[in-house]
Design a protein around this ligand. Sequence first.
Ligand code: DX5
Ligand code: ZN
Length: 209
Amino acid sequence: MKKAFLAPSILSADFSHLSESIKKIEIGKGDWVHIDIMDGHFVPNITFGPMVVQAIRPFTSLFFDVHLMIDNPNLFFDDFAKAGADAITFHYENVIHHHRYIQQIKALGLKAGIRIVPSTPVSVLESILPYVDLVLVMTVNPGFGGQSAIPECFDKVVELKKIAKEKNFSYLVSVDGGINKETLPSAISAGSDVIVSGSSFFSGTLGWE
Ligand code: DX5
Ligand code: ZN
């Protein structure tokens, strides 16, 4: 039986053959497609925007999990919704109006999620947790694939699952960054609902049976 959803990140895909990479995700039993959007400001790397999301949308009906690593993420909610996103998650750290943005994403008919980088504690999310569909624990500092997970971050998953149980919240908890064969057991035993995997999935070293 599956223990978590697998969300391969196309950050590690072959950008010259993205439609084939999407097929690989389907063949590899990926549940979601994780899509990393970087602006070169919030994180020191640049990827792509809504046009690329729109271009790959016809190749699959899998759930599109859009991870915004950009300043002023609200300016792009509408564009990513039109491009075919199913969920949009933004970071806690560079935003002031968290509730407003969650409302805006939900008003577009999408799932809304909040993310925290490794140095941000779960406690800052207290007032936001009742309103989100997804909580994303970054297990690396965002910006690049292929980094090593910071093991202490898995404790935050345990904490978030405990809060959800106690308060009857329905959000899913996802981990993102450095998940491979070695770290997957920690992610699963912490209670992660969604496993994002970039380099390990596309190098063929992590997959679901
Ligand atoms: C990092 C991204 C991740 C990345 C994960 O900023 O948010 O989604 O693609 O890649 P791996 O699994 O290689 O750490
Ligand atoms: Zn990501």
